[in-house]
Design a protein around this ligand. Structure first.
Ligand code: FES
Ligand code: FES
Length: 152
């Protein structure tokens, strides 16, 4: 029994077990390795993708339940190979260390920029409670998000 996924605008047929978490289909079937399966419990945010425009941990979503929904991975957030606004700000703020958390951070913060252009420092800290970074202490990530919010 197959199912279909729409990932970064492409409609794809999938023959895998429909109960497999979306993160594994993305990585192993579609070779989109941005989302990282770190905790597999919905806690760390490293596997975050946009599902119908909302950030969601792809480790918690059985792939078949993503059928008919619009899936955007971090690979789909950088148009034409260019860094998007939050990616450029993270680079400018020298915010990246090991990088394991960053695909999820980019997904969460891209959504914040798109939906909350008036977001405050506290709002940024609140949304980042769903994205664990074990390296940076968050300060430069928050600086980058504030920078991106003031960059048009
Ligand atoms: S791997 Fe999905 S939230 Fe951690
Ligand atoms: S940069 Fe290493 S976990 Fe965030």
């Amino acid at each position: 029994m197959g199912f279909s996924l729409t990932v970064n605008g492409d409609r794809l047929s999938c023959a895998a077990d429909p109960a497999i978490p979306l993160v594994d289909i993305l990585r192993e079937e579609l070779h989109l390795t941005g989302a990282k399966p770190v905790c597999r419990e919905g806690f760390c945010g490293a596997c975050m993708v946009l599902v119908d425009g909302e950030p969601m941990p792809s480790c918690l979503l059985p792939a078949a339940l993503a059928d008919g929904r619009d899936i955007r991975t971090v690979e789909g957030l950088a148009p034409h190979g260019q860094l998007n606004r939050i990616q450029a700000a993270l680079e400018a703020a020298d915010a990246v260390q090991c990088g394991m958390c960053f695909p999820g951070m980019v997904v969460t913060l891209t959504h914040l920029l798109a939906t909350r252009p008036d977001a405050t420092r506290d709002d940024i800290l609140m949304v980042l409670t769903g994205n664990v970074c074990r390296c940076t202490g968050y300060e430069r990530i928050v600086e980058a998000a504030l920078l991106a919010l003031t960059t048009t």
